[in-house]
Design a protein around this ligand. Structure first.
Ligand code: NA7
Length: 540
């Protein structure tokens, strides 16, 4: 592919990759292996992506650490020691650095640069990228490895810029240590990030006020250090562990129970849920009875079980009721895992403000005006989420054939082929693009990168240098996405998984925002595309 068969100047690189998180690092490794030249552009000053940016207190995996790391290198699996079953952000970032160093990846990464625009040039069959340092770079292929949750969004609250104290979004957390000692702190947002932040800040802040718009169902993480014996056991079973993840619907270690919640006795159900509630990780969510996320009656029963847990853990009954979700069932949004989160509300230094009763009126230089009173703060933490799935694409001007804009093409909702290709955007390959498979993210990343690499290998071996998915291919995949979404209660609820974000214009109603089928189904279909010689795609 390096020789330019079309004539004219050869592009600067075979492949340009945007992002040096887990996706970008692994993609670079695989592209090099194919003998192609590659260059990565990364906005941060180091590798790590999500684990580089999200340095907020308490940030950690909700996936078991030993199911999260890369599985492609047995040597890496043996060399790296996770210290906790659910590893914290500093260790996760160290892991990303370790991977980058072990495979000597840094020499092909430009840090501290953002791509502002990408244009497909049909004449030279290459992508031209405009970088914010004024340079342009060209490549035969553009691979986006930008993450599904990488564009933080701030609330649209009057006066947000006027606050005189310290404030930041959790995904833009300072690199220097932040102390809450003696401070009056506000946290806005109670998603997975807010929950992790709140339980940490509450330990030392003089006063913590939590501004909650929608409570989420949360369950205990049950984190622990990994003992030496466990470490040896994990390392001896990696093949089995990853095989289990491959077989699981969403890439986790927890296997669903084949029974319906409705076919067992109340006593049996209760005992099963008590057991799951006492176990580490997502078992209560993805290792539960098979119908809790599809059957309203089953879902109502598990919701009632968790509501009783919340009532038993929060002393003040009024506060407890505020913490129990009323507009969605258990597990229909991403389940935040917690460590003594509910007990935080028993502390005298913590106050819960229910924004459905008293919405925030404005942010002032001194603090937050809400329900007619102004509360002074030293620090405001925005745990208000992301412009998920498509945000990183919308933030860039990506132009395909005839100058068509990807943002415009996706204006009524993203439409892709397996989350990897778009019609009208030749040689643009997305890792973890919209409508691809999510779940235990690194498991999905590894598969996605390998699929993209398989396509590149095919093109190299068949001396092709242009690939595009026809519109019909996208239509066919979107029909699979639509069918997979039917019957899932999570698709009837507002969340980033259904494309809702009140802080982004035009994102107020639910759309088909993601592929919600199973990982095994996604992979078997995508494998079939490859095994069929990529007949769904058009090559030149
Ligand atoms: P989420 O899950 O999108 O949560 C964002 C939270 O912020 C949620 O509680 C929102 O309430 C709240 N929010 C957002 N905007 C506002 C405004 N304007 N006012 C008040 N409250 C607001 O993001 P996370 O970062 O917690 O988690 C994202 C993913 O990262 C997660 O799924 C994991 O995979 C890791 P709402 O529910 O919209 O009423």
């Amino acid at each position: 592919m390096q020789a330019d068969p079309i004539g004219g100047a050869a592009p600067d690189f075979d492949v340009l990759i945007i992002g040096a998180g887990l996706s970008g690092l692994y993609q670079l490794y695989r592209v090099r292996e194919l003998g192609l030249s590659a260059h990565v552009i990364e906005a941060g000053s180091d590798v790590g992506g999500t684990w580089y940016w999200n340095r907020y207190p308490g940030a950690r995996f909700d996936s078991e650490s030993w199911t999260y790391g890369f599985s492609f290198s047995p040597e890496l699996l043996q060399e790296w020691n996770w210290t906790e079953h659910f590893s914290p952000q500093p260790e996760n970032l160290r892991y990303c650095r370790f991977v980058a160093d072990k495979f000597d990846l840094r020499r092909d990464i430009a840090f501290g640069r953002r791509v502002t625009r990408a244009d497909w040039d049909e004449a030279s069959r290459s992508w031209r990228l405009s970088i914010d340092d004024g340079r342009t770079l060209t490549a035969r292929f553009l691979i986006t490895a930008m993450g599904a949750l990488s564009v933080p969004t701030l609330p649209r609250i009057a006066g947000i810029d006027s606050f005189a104290g310290q404030s930041c979004h959790t995904a833009n957390w300072p690199h220097e240590p932040v102390s809450f000692e003696g401070k009056r702190v506000a946290v806005i947002g109670t998603g997975a990030t807010g929950v992790q932040t709140i339980q940490e800040v509450a330990k030392t802040a003089a006063h913590l006020t939590v501004f909650q718009r929608t409570p989420n169902w949360c369950a205990p993480l049950h984190n622990a250090l990994i003992t030496d014996a466990e470490q040896r056991d994990i390392k001896s079973r990696y093949a089995e562990i990853y095989q289990q993840c491959r077989e699981n619907v969403s890439g986790f270690i927890h296997q669903p129970d084949p029974r319906s919640a409705l076919e067992v006795s109340a006593q049996e159900r209760e005992a099963f849920w008590e057991k799951r509630y006492g176990e580490p990780g997502f078992g209560i969510w993805v290792g539960n009875f098979r119908d809790i996320l599809t059957d309203r009656s089953a879902n109502a029963l598990i919701s009632d079980f968790i509501a009783r847990k919340i009532r038993s853990r929060v002393k003040d009954p009024v506060t407890a009721e505020k913490l129990i979700p009323k507009n969605h069932g258990f597990g229909t949004r991403r389940l935040p895992l917690e460590t003594r989160y509910y007990e935080v509300y028993n502390q005298p230094n913590v106050e819960l403000v229910d924004l459905t009763e008293t919405p925030i009126e404005s942010i002032t230089p001194a603090g937050i005006r809400c329900g007619g009173r102004e509360q002074a703060f030293d620090m405001i933490i925005f745990a208000t989420g992301f412009d998920a799935l498509t945000g990183a694409y919308d933030a860039m001007d990506i132009r395909g054939t005839g100058g068509r804009s990807l943002k415009d093409q996706w204006a009524q909702g993203a439409r892709t082929f397996y989350g990897i290709l778009n019609d009208g955007f030749p040689n643009l390959l997305m890792v973890m693009g919209p409508m691809g498979s999510l779940g235990n993210i690194p498991r999905a990343i590894e598969y996605n990168v390998e699929w993209v690499s398989g396509l590149l290998r095919h093109m190299r071996d068949h001396q092709r240098d242009r690939v595009e998915v026809p519109r019909a291919g996208v239509d066919a995949w979107m029909e699979v996405v639509r069918k997979a979404s039917v019957g899932l209660l999570s698709n009837e609820v507002n969340s980033w998984m259904t494309g809702v974000n009140s802080n982004v214009a035009g994102r107020t109603t639910r759309v088909l925002a993601r592929y919600s089928g199973t990982g095994p189904e996604y992979r078997s279909r995508a494998d079939a595309v490859a095994a069929g010689g990529y007949a769904d795609l058009a090559f030149d």
